[in-house]
Design a protein around this ligand. Structure first.
Ligand SMILES: Cc1cc2nc3c(=O)[nH]c(=O)nc-3n(C[C@H](O)[C@H](O)[C@H](O)COP(=O)(O)OP(=O)(O)OC[C@H]3O[C@@H](n4cnc5c(N)ncnc54)[C@H](O)[C@@H]3O)c2cc1C
Length: 453
């Protein structure tokens, strides 16, 4: 089995990746330089599990990641996820297995125990997890540990980062991401959870409520966005928010949480989290006070790329199952896939997924290139990442819906997995940003239409 931190191969590819990054040609950020192109691009498909995805033009590093993750995930077959979905129990051993092999630090610096790879590699990792049959539940069990640690690694104080990140990477601690609030919704700048400095300045008292916080029940840490100033006290509303990395200490006063019963991804918990003068040390602040929104924006495009990858994985898993069933199921003395009414929607779903795949890995590559190439504007990354998340989520929905319908009555049976994946495929359509807000963003930023929100 390939191990990301210990295998010679990934150490090679990790070093190789850094080498290739150093040589990115700034005028043409999307194209790797020729010597990298000839070395890194491969047309050899890495089909460690039955995948319909065309893997031409993925880099050797991405294919190595995909292959190793597929091997690891094969120990957690769909029956494992059916069980955890039905019993609403956390896939603790799955998280532990990924941590043990070093995968949670895939996009974190090596100095902090990570692999020093990029969002392109993290995206294919998340896709492969979802595609293995783990679906959104598997992805969400580790997702925040992969991306919410990015702003911490970049903007946190040295001691804060050194204390926290290695423990998240090795799986000792889990983290969750606390942004959404019931009364603010997508209008994040109106969030009302406050972090008020105590008189001696040594601590903050947090009061307010977060909602939909994934994995809060099992997390030791939360990356929290909270208000440190009233809106009217600052020039820009964004300057009133600050980011924290706080302990979720259930024994301390002022912290409570309640699980939300939900449609899908039931293996992972989603929660309302209540703070009532919950005290955290002032050292929990990430970066400067008032810079939290800016800092979090940094991680948002990365998160959209990961979500796009997760949606793709779900879509390909569903499509693969549907095609197999359409080949095997015989009704009216012929395979149902012989009927164009069954075949064409599946062919349509395939092309939508392939198109979304191109958008997704374009966005991830642009994101990675932008970290070293200042000529790539964050607006361009934002447009690519939002487009990718949108089209991948829609393509996943198309594939999951068709997979259920292809299975007829059996599509409704838990044993066939496709109903679970259909329930889960709504997540990337809603979160971390809804379809409507992506459309608002494109209307304004690309089409130059008046801002509507
Ligand atoms: C399974 C799951 C897991 C999640 N995990 C996390 C997590 O770990 N951490 C976290 O912080 N959050 C999490 N979320 C929250 C998620 O990011 C939000 O649900 C999402 O951003 C939508 O916000 P909202 O639910 O408040 O919708 P609202 O803001 O209430 O919007 C409701 C609807 O109105 C539409 N709408 C609102 N304003 C406009 C407008 N101006 N124009 C057009 N349409 C508009 C929206 O698009 C949406 O369809 C999770 C959500 C889910 C479902």
């Amino acid at each position: 089995m390939l191990r990301p931190l210990s295998s010679a191969r990934l150490q090679f590819t990790s070093r190789f990746w850094r080498h290739s990054q150093r040589h990115v040609h700034h005028k043409h950020p999307i194209q790797p330089p020729h010597h990298v192109q000839s070395l890194a691009f491969s047309s050899t498909p890495a089909r460690r599990f039955d995948s319909l995805m065309d893997t031409t033009n993925f880099t050797e590093t991405q294919l190595t990641v995909r292959s190793a993750i597929a091997t690891l995930c094969s120990k957690f077959p769909p029956s494992y996820w059916q069980h955890h979905d039905a019993t609403e129990t956390d896939p603790t051993d799955f998280h532990a297995a990924l941590a043990a092999d070093g995968w949670l630090g895939i996009a974190l610096p090596e100095s902090l125990g990570g692999s020093g790879l990029g969002i392109s590699e993290a995206t294919i990792m998340m896709q492969t997890i979802a595609e293995s049959g783990a679906g959104m539940a598997g992805a969400q069990a580790i997702h925040a540990n992969v991306y919410a640690t990015q702003p911490l690694a970049k903007f946190g104080r040295r001691e804060q980062v050194e204390e926290t990140i290695p423990r998240i990477v090795d799986g000792t601690w889990r983290t969750c991401f606390g942004v959404t609030e019931p009364n603010a919704g997508l209008d994040t700048l109106r969030l009302s959870t406050t972090a008020t400095r105590t008189q001696d300045g040594s601590a903050y008292a947090i009061s307010g409520q977060k909602i939909w916080i994934t994995c809060a029940q099992v997390a030791r840490k939360m990356i929290l966005l909270a208000r440190t100033k009233a809106r009217e006290e600052v020039g820009k509303p964004s300057e009133a928010l600050s980011l924290f990395c706080i302990d979720l200490d259930r024994n301390s006063p002022g912290l409570s949480m309640r699980k939300i019963r939900k449609m899908g991804g039931r293996a992972v918990d989603a929660n309302e989290v209540f703070f009532d003068n919950y005290v955290v040390p002032s050292s929990a602040l990430i970066g400067e006070e008032g810079q939290g929104f800016k800092i979090i924006l940094h991680g948002m495009n990365a998160e959209r790329c990961l979500l796009a990858g997760e949606a793709l994985g779900l879509g390909y898993a569903a499509l693969n199952r549907a095609a197999k069933y359409a080949r095997e199921r015989v009704v009216f003395e012929r395979p149902i896939g012989m009927n164009q009414g069954i075949a064409h929607p599946l062919a349509d779903a395939y092309m939508k997924l392939e198109a979304a795949k191109l958008a997704t890995y374009h966005a991830a590559q642009l994101y990675d290139a932008s970290t070293t190439d200042p000529s790539i504007k964050q607006d361009a990354v934002g447009i690519a990442a939002n487009s990718a998340k949108y089209v991948a989520a829609e393509a996943a929905f198309t594939a999951c819906e068709r997979a259920v319908l292809t299975h007829g009555g059996m599509g409704y049976a838990a044993e066939y997995d496709v109903e679970r994946w259909l329930r889960e495929c709504f997540v990337p359509r809603i979160a971390p940003v809804s379809r409507e807000m992506v459309l608002n963003f494109m209307s304004e930023k690309v089409l130059g239409l008046p801002r509507s929100y």
